[in-house]
Design a protein around this ligand. Structure first.
Ligand SMILES: [Zn+2]
Length: 185
């Protein structure tokens, strides 16, 4: 941990594969009328349905009744690593929010606070939707997340508070979203 995230490896290395990862879904697969969360498959999601109950040995989230939730660890729960912790360990974000412009620099504390607040709220019901880290560099603020929903939520909240220009770019085949917010005063 502590190493700077670089996105070059995402294009250079492509999707990392090991026995825990599901191959990327073929184009057009699973487009039928499922809820949004199921429309795009996270390649980090376990191939087989997890046994129930399971718990993540790293974050303590519990998989029960078909979903991840925060609850006390049930006795006899299976010891697993959730896909959010897997991505955190691999430094492999599913979403990236980039905040640029003079307003980003001038309001970094408030923008970071908004992002953390949205994460806290999202995470209550969706334990696997989290911020991996927030970096500030010369270009602006970069927020890396474990999922593709939190970046959109953060982008919208920042846009509501600060206006500016907001763009979202989904890469469905790769389970990846890039949200860019920009404002110059
Ligand atoms: Zn976990």
């Amino acid at each position: 941990m502590g190493a700077k995230l670089s996105y070059n490896w995402m294009t250079e290395a492509g999707m990392k594969r090991d026995e825990k990862l599901v191959p990327m879904p073929a184009e057009g697969r699973r487009r039928s009328g499922r809820v949004q969360e199921d429309r795009i498959i996270d390649p980090y999601k376990h191939i087989q349905k997890l046994p129930e109950p399971s718990f993540c040995r790293q974050c303590g989230a519990v998989y029960h009744a078909g979903r991840w939730q925060w609850s006390p660890q049930p006795s006899g729960a299976h010891d697993v690593l959730c896909q959010a912790c897997h991505r955190i360990n691999d430094k492999y974000p599913a979403g990236v929010v980039t905040l640029t412009g003079s307003s980003a620099a001038a309001n970094s504390v408030e923008l970071t606070r908004i992002a953390r607040h949205q994460e806290a709220s999202e995470k209550q019901d969706h334990p696997l939707n989290r911020i991996i880290n927030i970096e500030e560099n010369a270009d602006g603020i970069v927020i890396n997340t474990t999922d593709i929903h939190l970046p959109v939520r953060i982008g919208k909240a920042i846009h509501r508070a600060f206006r500016g220009k907001l763009d979202e770019h989904f890469d469905e085949a790769g389970y990846f979203v890039r949200v860019n917010w920009h404002r110059d005063d």
